[in-house]
Design a protein. Structure first.
Length: 84
């Protein structure tokens, strides 16, 4: 969260979590609606299927995921955020 201004909040409980993407971290104004579909498209293009609802990327991997697989998925999310 501290690394990217685009992340207004990152929260989790166990393996389930989400990244809230904002235009302005101070006001928590969400990213524009026209960015929602491209984010989902970029994640899918990198072969990561996850829920993107409005300005929130949800992380909910299978509970049998390995640590290596989890890091690979989070790396993909970071790549997409960096591209934005």
């Amino acid at each position: 969260q501290a690394k990217y201004e685009l992340i207004g909040d990152a929260r989790n409980s166990g393996l389930f979590g989400c990244f809230e993407l904002v235009k302005d971290r101070q006001t928590k104004e969400p990213i524009p609606a026209e960015m929602h579909a491209p984010i989902k498209g970029k994640l899918m293009a990198k072969r990561l299927s996850t829920l993107v609802k409005e300005h929130i990327i949800f992380v909910g991997p299978p509970l049998i995921i390995s640590e290596e697989e989890l890091h690979a998925g989070l790396d993909i999310i970071e790549e997409v955020i960096r591209e934005l």
